[in-house]
Ligand binder design. Structure first.
Ligand SMILES: Nc1ncnc2c1ncn2[C@@H]1O[C@H](COP(=O)(O)OP(=O)(O)OP(=O)(O)O)[C@@H](O)[C@H]1O
Length: 216
């Protein structure tokens, strides 16, 4: 079962599955059904995230939050329905996919050169490291980073990507209170620039005016 709501405007969900998200959305699910391991995780889910918007995916363990994020990322094919939106997306999941042997700056630079925005990858990595408070360990190999530092490094990768849509799967895991505040500020600044975020979390994250997609 799924329940999606917005602070204002229409309610999306199975009962309103015919509601077609408008054009120009950064990301939209249209009647998306996801089946995994023979179990329907969510059915005919429709919602849209406009530029500058945010959606928060909530629900208990094993309900399908990560699966929803993976569907949005194009890593998991929905059983039916469609994902709309051509804006470049970037994913922050459990694995940061940063080369453990490389210094952090180089490991991030590898992805920044491949990711959405081709302009000035070195400059974007430097800015991202500063934004997450890791500039001082830019030359330290990734394998020596603490758990929380790795999570912040993963966030730096997202920041450096220049993508218009951030897909964040449990981004607050492993972060201390101060780092969660940094995360919240980064998301807010990104949204002010027109970025859109889809966040799955079981930890509280302040996302003003976000619509909530409750998997039940
Ligand atoms: N590769 C897979 N094959 C089959 N079933 C899977 C696979 N990956 C996950 N599942 C199942 O899909 C369901 C949803 O998993 P998912 O990771 O999306 O949940 P979640 O809400 O993110 O959970 P959590 O809060 O524990 O991270 C679970 O029952 C899980 O066992």
């Amino acid at each position: 079962m799924v329940q999606a709501d917005q602070p204002s405007g229409p309610t999306f969900g199975p009962a309103a599955a015919a509601v077609a998200p408008g054009t120009g959305d950064a990301l939209a699910f249209r009647d998306v059904t996801c089946v995994r391991g023979g179990r329907v995780l969510f059915e005919r889910l429709s919602f849209a995230v406009p530029p500058g918007g945010a959606a928060l995916v909530t629900g208990p363990n094993g309900i399908g939050k990560s699966s929803l994020i993976r569907v949005a990322a194009g890593l998991l094919r929905p059983a039916s329905g469609a994902i709309a939106g051509t804006a470049p997306r970037t994913l922050m999941a459990e694995a940061a996919a940063l080369d453990a042997a490389r210094p952090l700056r180089d490991a991030l630079g590898f992805w920044a050169a491949l990711d959405a925005d081709p302009a000035d990858p070195h400059g974007r990595v430097a800015q991202a490291l500063h934004a997450v408070g890791l500039s001082h360990i830019a030359e330290v190999p990734v394998r020596l980073l603490s758990t929380g530092q790795r999570r912040r490094a993963a966030l730096a990768r997202v920041v450096a990507s220049g993508a218009m849509v951030w897909l964040l799967d449990e981004p607050a895991n492993g972060l201390d209170v101060a780092s969660v505040t940094v995360l919240e500020h980064l998301i807010a600044a990104y949204r002010r620039r027109g970025g859109a975020v889809l966040v799955a979390t079981h930890l509280p994250i302040a996302l003003p005016d976000a619509q909530t997609i409750s998997l039940l």
